[in-house]
Design a protein around this ligand. Structure first.
Ligand SMILES: [Zn+2]
Length: 311
């Protein structure tokens, strides 16, 4: 909590100083209107853009990716947005319909930034096909790449380039802000690696396959996921087999999202002997996960505590 609070204060003071200087020199250009599909991308755009951007997130911090309904006010903002920033792949099956509604005025070309093109994707070798093309099934690779904090480097590079393309006079401002963000990210990475170092090689089971990038970064092993296919609950037989394998291979921790079915989480934990921990998948999903770096402070602390306490 204390670290997260200090981070917010530091960010606020960084944002205030250049703005004050700019006002005296010349009237600042109006902020760029940006629409992000998630609160994580919103947080990264704000880290780079500061007071030169006004960012809305289409999805709430805690949401089932199947159940997003874009509201009329959000459609109106999307129509006039200078920039749309999205996760890409099949993470936003609801976005296509919204963009089709807008027709020719939908953000496209340089106004549409797909951040999946800026990172190295995992699990692209396991394509999943389903008749329902609107589903979030990780069909083109695992889309939860923002949960590797190293990926914030290429993601913010792409964001800075896109913002500078729209406001060339602000390029140095965006790059300076990104540099300061990366300094704080580096400090965070040292902190997170330190906290998880003693747990390298620990075996986890996750409810939804959202923690692949996070686990790879910190040397943890995802032994299995409870959902056999992303978004699909397991059959009783599949669950029985999973619980047996968890006991046989000494899986110590079960990772759940805040919106996971609590009775399923309790049942898997009780039957397998693993300790359940709720991790926060997106910025704002817990009060103390107020920005991108705080998201990792929260999740690393929760996971390290669960692994310390696990049998
Ligand atoms: Zn997913």
């Amino acid at each position: 909590m204390r670290r997260a609070g200090a981070g917010v204060l530091a960010l606020a003071s960084l944002a205030v100083l250049p703005a004050g200087a700019g006002v005296r020199a010349a009237a600042p250009a109006p902020a760029l209107e940006v629409v992000a599909t998630s609160t994580d991308l919103k947080a990264l755009v704000e880290a780079v853009g500061g007071d030169r951007v006004r960012v809305d997130s289409l999805a709430a911090p805690l949401h089932d990716p199947h159940a997003i309904e874009v509201k009329p006010a959000q459609l109106a903002r999307l129509k006039t947005a200078a920039l749309l920033v999205r996760v890409g792949l099949d993470h936003e099956p609801w976005l296509r319909r919204a963009l089709l509604t807008l027709g020719a005025s939908a953000p496209g070309g340089a106004r549409d930034l797909d951040l999946s093109r800026s990172v190295a994707l995992l699990q692209t070798e396991t394509p999943r096909l389903r008749a329902d093309v609107a589903a979030h099934v990780h069909g083109f690779g695992n889309p939860h790449y923002w949960l590797d904090p190293e990926n914030a480097r290429p993601m913010t590079a792409a964001i800075a380039a896109a913002l500078a393309g729209l406001a060339p006079a602000e390029r140095a401002h965006f790059e300076a802000r990104r540099d300061r963000f990366l300094e704080r990210l580096d400090a965070g990475l040292a902190r997170w690696h330190g906290a998880l170092a003693r747990h390298r090689g620990a075996r986890l089971v996750t409810m939804h396959d959202a923690w692949t990038y996070f686990a790879a970064r910190f040397g943890l092993l995802i032994a299995a996921t409870v959902e056999p296919t992303p978004g699909v609950p397991p059959s009783p037989a599949a669950l029985g087999g999973l619980v047996e394998r968890m006991r046989a291979t000494h899986v110590r921790v079960l990772v759940a999202e805040p919106y996971a079915d609590p009775s399923l989480v309790r049942s898997v934990a009780a039957r397998s002997g693993a300790r359940a921990v709720t991790l926060v998948p997106s910025v704002g999903g817990a009060p103390e996960a107020g920005d991108y770096l705080a998201l990792f402070d929260v999740n690393v602390a929760r996971l390290a505590a669960a692994l310390d306490a696990a049998p």
